[in-house]
Design a protein around this ligand. Sequence first.
Ligand code: ADP
Ligand code: MG
Length: 318
Amino acid sequence: MPSEFELIKRYFTHPARHALLGVGDDAALIKPARGMELAVSTDMLVSGRHFFPDDNAYMLGHKALAVNLSDMAAMGAAPRWVTLSLALPRADPKWLKRFVKGFMDLARKHKVDWIGGDTTRGPLNICVQIVGEVLQGKALRRDAAKPDDDIWVSGFLGDAALALAHLQKRLRLEPKELQICLPALHTPRPRVNLGKKLRGLAHAAIDISDGLLADLGHILERSGVGAAVEFNLLPKSGVMEKHAEQKAARQALLAGGDDYELCFTVPARRRGEVLGLSRQLRLRLTRIGKITRSKGLLLLDENGKRMKIDIKGYDHFG
Ligand code: ADP
Ligand code: MG
């Protein structure tokens, strides 16, 4: 059994490219570039709550970092530095190697330095803290949506939740459909480039981790506005279209969580710029409704009639 220090040396020490000091001291040293603010966020993944204990280690490594990158994306920040605190039931070299590879592959892709952390024995628990840089005063906040803004989302909604619903036997997907939806659940792609490009274009932004309704709801509440969302405009994958009549699928679409897409608001006159960005990034961006002066979230059917919302987003204590 390797000691804690051997573990750190063997698995957790990687060269830091833009830190003054990385792993190995009592603290890492970092310095933001001139004119930049630091964006700081942390997200924890708990076994049995956010993932199954026997989930693939590579995917866990990927997801632990991905959900944190997604928070940087939602702020319009460039992710720079992460720390990883890990409670492990045992030091299993095979598991550790796969986990670290999943984490590092994504870290390299986004040029993020892994500069420290903590390691202890205990029930599997993965906590990442991330620090990013954003131009002074330019971060995308939840409290800046304005009446008549268009509301946009990236990608498709609900595919991750469809996969989870299948695994939990609340809905049945064909093997081929499951294969399409599983990557959304296990290896989400944080929209970091989109977030950076939305600076100076979007008024408000959030990443969808608890479902569209809940997360858009946060923008509305913080901005003191309401929204009218058209159900038919919501971006649905082929798999979602096929199952859309089932309640579990509608739940996944509107309130599923684990999407890690961005929801953002942009003045209506700048619609063309958003569409241009979509082409440039080769990323589907869909206008789903409007910010309204009157508060509350309305969901409208194809005739503009109000639909009943009988579902809520994920709430750990709800
Ligand atoms: P301390 O006793 O001061 O908390 P540790 O022995 O926990 O120090 O950590 C020693 C060094 O190893 C520190 O630089 C710490 O950031 C790093 N480290 C520990 N665990 C991890 C980890 N899981 N990932 C990255 N770095 C780690
Ligand atoms: Mg420590």
